[in-house]
Ligand binder design. Sequence first.
Ligand SMILES: [Zn+2]
Length: 378
Amino acid sequence: MPMFPNGTGYKVCIEMPESEILESVVPRSIIIGKSTIKRIPDIIESLGLKQKIMILTGPRTRYVVGEEIYNVVTSQGMDCEVIIIENASLEAAKSYVDLAEQYKPNVIISAGGGKNIDVGKYCLKQISRKVEMISVPTSTSHDGLASPFIFLNDPTDKFIGECRPPIAVIADVEKILNHPDLVRYIAAGVGDTVGKITAIWDWRHAWRIKSEKFSRFVGGVLENADTLFQSQVSEALIDPEHAVQVVLKALLIAGVLMGTSNNIRVGYGSEHMFSAALDAQTSNADILHGERIALGAIMMAKLQGQNHEKLVNILKNAGCPTNIEDLKVDIPPEAIVAALHRAHKTNSMYTVLGQTGLTKEAALNIAQITGVISELHK
Ligand SMILES: [Zn+2]
């Protein structure tokens, strides 16, 4: 017997052959365009949500979107509280959950960069009552906009768990275009998207070696989306508005596919494990998530026997770092080697790194062969 969407409408169950149930949890509304913030009250009403709202926004992004959202919803008579997220550590996120328990919102609007969105998802997971989340991204650097997975600084970019994905994602392209570091954030979004190529390879590898469940449908859709993205991205980068649309759609597709398969493998493989290990080595350094993923994807693609030079070309065209000299900060090449050597310890999932990871010699070799580092400091 097929099961139909339940009363709340965000959960879709599809009966599969041999009584296997695929449970997909995906956003109900994704809106990308200009002046979309004005539509938030209508969206809240059309989704049938009660109108007590808590906005989570950053110290800078409050001036980009946070205050405008507050004005738009309160002008429609909705109750609203604004919380400024100063810190996205697990410890700090717990204090925002306490605030949410006191205020008792029905809707959390996470407005800003990736960390505001992750703190919103953490509140969604921990809060004792029913609450829905709307994600309002202000940049294109990150694939967590629509996904159900949560990463917090603890003290580094660490996987915390999963929640229902945002019920709506509302991206205002004008706000994203006004980002003071737009070009760098678009490039980082390209970096995170390129990382899907190595993540899918790892997923399929785990299926072959460890009989891990692999969705050919989801893997195929993501690979096709990535091919389409690669063919569009160079042209799109000429025009920032087009670039924002293309990168945003690619990140959203990845996030939605994570919810569709309920499997983090869709967007998380050895390149993300390297990123987490590098984050631990260089915490607080000014390196964006997508920039770390770009370096990781180049090296993992080479290890996987994929065409890593093709990835380097896509990333270079986008202006995304392909070696440590391209980064905004100086990091020692030893940090890259140490992160490669430790990457397999950041997550128990099986990848090209195997169970025991790379030796220091192998790590140095792959980092140099791919040009991510030139030579170690003497
Ligand atoms: Zn990512």
